[in-house]
Design a protein around this ligand. Sequence first.
Ligand code: E4P
Length: 219
Amino acid sequence: MEIFLDTASVTEISHILRWGIIDGVTTNQKIFLNEKGVDFQDRVLEICKMLGNKPVSVESNGSTLEEILNDARFFVNIAPNVIPKIAMTADGMGLEAINILSKEGIKINVTVMMNLNQLMLATKAGATYVSLFYNRAKDAGENPLQTIREYADWVKENRYSAKLIAGSIRHPKDVEQIAAAGAHIITIPYKIISEMPYHKKTQETIEEFDKAWKEFTNK
Ligand code: E4P
């Protein structure tokens, strides 16, 4: 399973990159709002350079097919590891864009999805990554853990190579459950990933061992 960081903050990326656990970065319009005032293209390029050859997802805000296509083609020229993100639009325009761009050899992350139908359509249209919004799907009454299990089986049975990214993470427990359900990738916000090394019992045990060592060495 791969771990992506769900942020456009170079400070946050720089910190967690030092842990050696990051396989990519995902961004979206709301994440960039946290970085208001930065130059979009400069920041995308800076993140891409920090990530080396690891994928960096950047979302199109296009509202027409032409705008989406232009965004994707522009994004991939910023850096070779940019993955354009395209939303699963209700009118199928997103699918049309994915179909066109995948035939041009552009890898696409299809995003803002809540159920298996959407994941399957995105995969068949040519998606490289399919993003399931875990907690937003739960908010909407879906069963995203079941969706993850069913999608993992479906891609295996049908020999697709698309990878499911579980996003919309709100708690470290989400990560455990999603990983156990078989998601290929989880994209985790900095606040949540920063909480993951901590466990109360671990902290207590480290302090107990530290105390014992001080006694042993008569400190
Ligand atoms: C993935 O990249 C998604 O854009 C992101 O995880 C969505 O998270 P949210 O539901 O907290 O906005």
